[in-house]
Design a protein around this ligand. Structure first.
Ligand SMILES: [Zn+2]
Length: 457
């Protein structure tokens, strides 16, 4: 199993070179706070120095005057393989689940490569430097290989969570042999540690959509869920699970807690119907929550619940989820929406501060993925995942309060420069790692081809 080295739409990743980000408003997102008119020097993919009057050491200068310099944004759950189906959920009367079940069998391994490349290109362009690629379209190992190849070649940081095929019957085991094989050979896939492996788990309840598109659930046999869970623990993998989306699966977190199955690397997605007891159990176990505000509301599942979990001490991160219904991967809009929901629900303008949302989108998001020792804030020794947001654009000027500017006014188009692991992947507002015009054209052709192969046509 080797990742292919070449790709028609991607140039090879540029070698790292020393970088000197000059004169920006640096938001470290850690105890050092904000540093006006400051510099960041990057060497060997990590942050070597931050502050005023940092020596350049002959590094390549990136002018950040008039810009905010901050950690790259962190997504905590995204079904990247669905990006070729962007904006199709709900069209032709098919809800998201129905759309995925219908078109998933028409995907080929090369579609996985293209879809994940499209999603990752959008992420990088939007300032998201880390993604949690939650993959549930893996009928053969080639699908996993092509997904991982896309993540590797484009240069993004990711956790790849290996899941059961979407729609797999609840009494059938996911492909544990392939998961074990990937785990045993992970050094071939990890791209110098940029990529991590996890399990995208179905859990103890089998979720499915009925003919009306409503979420339903039924118990999975213990022989299935216990075998899958035990494999993840044996391989020392983090587990991620969609749970308590609706009333149909409102017992899921409680059932896991009852059996002592929650732990610090266990991520719950959504948690919309979680009880206070469930939330307390997650906090006690150190488990995290991935909140997808756009997904929760766009699909009619309900309102996201950030403060309920935060107040109990649960680690919380933000997530894109899936662009067939989310449309795009705009983390700025997502922060803004999350804030509006909490303010509206709590009947105050001050329910959650913009600074806290920025923390959720950076350092807290990295904490939920177990990456906070590497990324999520700008500090000497951390890996250099950095974005530069140009505040001189008409939708952001004048320069006032940077945390408010980012949550209330910023858009992906304001992201001028993106650096992942010390490599520039976006410069002067343009991606350097992919020809986006060609990528969009290929995505269009692939979308039509997938629809033409729809087995239910
Ligand atoms: Zn999801």
């Amino acid at each position: 199993m080797n990742i292919q080295a070449t790709c028609p739409t991607l140039s090879k990743l540029a070698p790292r070179r020393p970088l000197f980000i000059k004169g920006g408003y640096v938001m470290t997102m850690d105890s050092a706070g904000d540093l006006a008119d400051s510099d960041v020097r990057i060497e060997n993919g990590s942050i070597a120095a931050i502050g005023n009057n940092v020596p350049t050491h002959d590094a390549e200068v990136v002018d950040a005057r008039g810009c905010i310099v901050m950690p790259g944004l962190v997504d905590t759950h995204w079904h990247m393989w669905t990006s070729l189906l962007r904006n199709m959920s709900g069209a032709c009367g098919l809800p998201y689940g129905g759309l995925i079940v219908k078109l998933q069998p028409a995907f080929k391994p090369e579609d996985m490569y293209l879809s994940v490349t499209l999603a990752a290109a959008e992420a990088l362009s939007s300032g998201i430097t880390t993604v949690h690629d939650w993959c549930h379209n893996l009928p053969t190992i080639e699908f996993a290989e092509q997904d991982l190849r896309a993540l590797s070649e484009i240069g993004i940081r990711a956790r790849f969570s290996f899941g059961a095929l979407f729609g797999l019957k609840g009494d059938q085991l996911m492909d544990l042999a392939t998961l074990r094989r990937l785990a045993q050979h992970w050094s071939s896939f990890s791209s110098e540690g940029r990529l991590r492996l996890g399990m995208a788990w179905r859990g103890m309840l089998d979720l499915y959509f009925n003919e009306k598109g409503q979420v339903c659930s039924r118990m999975t046999p213990e022989a299935v869920w216990r075998t899958e869970y035990d494999m993840a623990r044996e391989l020392n993998l983090p587990i991620s699970l969609h749970a308590n989306l609706a009333s149909a699966d409102a017992t899921h977190i409680g059932a896991l807690a009852e059996r002592g199955m929650l732990y610090s690397d266990f991520q719950i997605i959504h948690g919309l119907s979680a009880s206070d007891t469930d939330i307390q159990a997650m906090a006690a176990a150190g488990s995290s929550l991935s909140v997808a505000p756009v997904a929760a509301m766009r699909t009619g599942l309900g309102l996201p619940r950030i403060l309920d979990f935060e107040r109990a001490g649960v680690k919380v991160g933000l997530s894109i989820d899936s662009t067939p219904f989310a449309g795009n991967a705009d983390m700025f809009a997502l922060m803004k929406l999350a804030r509006m929901v909490e303010n509206a629900v709590n009947h105050t303008e001050f329910a959650i501060a913009p600074r806290r949302l920025l923390e959720l989108a950076t350092i807290e998001g990295s904490r939920t993925l177990g990456l906070d020792d590497q990324i999520g804030s700008l500090a000497v020794g951390k890996r250099a995942d950095v974005i530069i947001v140009d505040t001189r654009h008409v939708n952001m000027a004048p320069f006032t309060y940077p945390d408010h500017m980012l949550v209330e006014a910023a858009q992906p188009a304001n992201v001028d420069t993106v650096i992942v692991d010390g490599r520039i992947v976006k410069s002067a507002g343009r991606l350097t790692v992919v020809d986006t015009t060609q990528l969009a054209a290929e995505a269009g052709r692939a979308n039509l081809a997938i629809r033409s192969r729809d087995p239910s046509r």
